[in-house]
Ligand binder design. Structure first.
Ligand code: 3PG
Length: 306
């Protein structure tokens, strides 16, 4: 009986775990649950006899992959797979997949919710601002960007996007102005929301020269990855412009300096929680379990990323 390890240091909603188990039971697979584990050693022990592994942002580095004795597939229940050492997995012929789109609405709702929260001065009773008629730039137009656009349209925002990997016509078909350069996006938009992955091209790419292009009363929104921000430049823009605000679902390493020096101009969630809804957990969890069964039974490698 194939064994599937669900290893989530940040647990799924309980309903998602039972839905994953249902899918695996039907296939005649066994499920082992490792939640809130204390460190990599626990993960290393647990993966040893797993045929398949479901993870979230859990770090699957070379040490974890070397410990896998039987594993054929790892599914990241979510979009970003920068937490998995793809080269080490490929070297052991382990397939790595993600579950694109399954948790995107949850992230998008958090993005817009955080924008309202900061625009209204964190609900402190003072006079804030509205989102209506403000310009919103989507830095990348993937699954999350699309949902953010749909919600923001309901708020009456003016929408722009820059994504060199997507045909501009597809963006414009959704009623969004597709721009030709990042510089144009940052120059036009009072709000810029990041939806890029963290990779060699994007790490530290959000820098002073881009941020300084933003119009007056600028807010940068990051529900993507901490690593895409150039943190020295983030501090520099906070110091240079008292109209600059930053909202993030993944607090920067330099958060203490921002908290101490720039009160009221930032909001950081205490823990990455964009995808932390029952619905997102259920959707991504079920998709992960089904992808494992389909791969092991039929060799279906849709959503393979390595
Ligand atoms: C993703 O890449 O899907 C999101 O960042 C969610 O990550 P999480 O599953 O760790 O909450």
């Amino acid at each position: 009986m194939p064994k599937v390890l669900v290893a989530t240091v940040k647990p799924f909603a309980p309903m998602a775990v039972s839905e994953i188990k249902n899918v695996l039971d039907l296939a005649g697979y066994e499920m082992e649950l490792l939640e809130k584990y204390a460190g990599q050693d626990d993960l290393i022990q647990a993966v040893k006899d797993a045929d398949a592994v479901i993870i979230r942002s859990d770090i699957i580095d070379e040490a974890v992959i070397s410990a896998m004795e039987k594993t054929k597939i790892i599914v990241r229940a979510g979009a970003g797979y920068d937490n998995v050492d793809l080269a080490a997995a490929s070297a052991k012929n382990i397939v790595v997949m993600n579950t694109p789109g399954q948790n995107s609405n949850a992230v998008a709702e958090l993005v817009v919710g955080m924008m309202v929260f900061l625009a209204r001065n964190q609900y402190n009773g003072t006079s804030g601002t509205e989102l209506r008629n403000k310009t919103l730039g989507l830095h990348a137009y993937g699954n999350v960007g699309k949902y953010v656009a749909q919600i923001a349209r309901g708020f009456g925002m003016e929408l722009y996007a820059y994504d060199p990997f997507i045909d501009q016509k597809l963006i414009e078909d959704d009623g969004i102005m597709a721009l030709d350069s990042l510089e144009e996006l940052y120059s036009k938009c009072q709000y810029v929301s990041l939806h890029i992955p963290a990779n060699e091209q994007t790490k530290q790419s959000i820098n002073y020269s881009l941020l300084s292009l933003m119009p007056k009363n600028a807010t940068l929104v990051n529900a993507a990855r901490k690593e895409v921000i150039h943190e020295d430049d983030l501090i520099k823009i906070f110091a240079a412009r008292d109209d600059f605000k930053y909202i993030s679902d993944i607090a920067p390493d330099c958060k203490e300096e921002i908290i101490n020096k720039y009160p009221g101009r930032f909001f950081f969630t205490p823990k990455k929680m964009g995808a932390q809804t029952a619905e997102a957990n259920i959707n991504a969890g079920i998709a992960s379990a089904k992808q494992i069964v389909n791969y092991l039974e039929k060799g279906d490698n849709t959503y393979q990323v390595n």
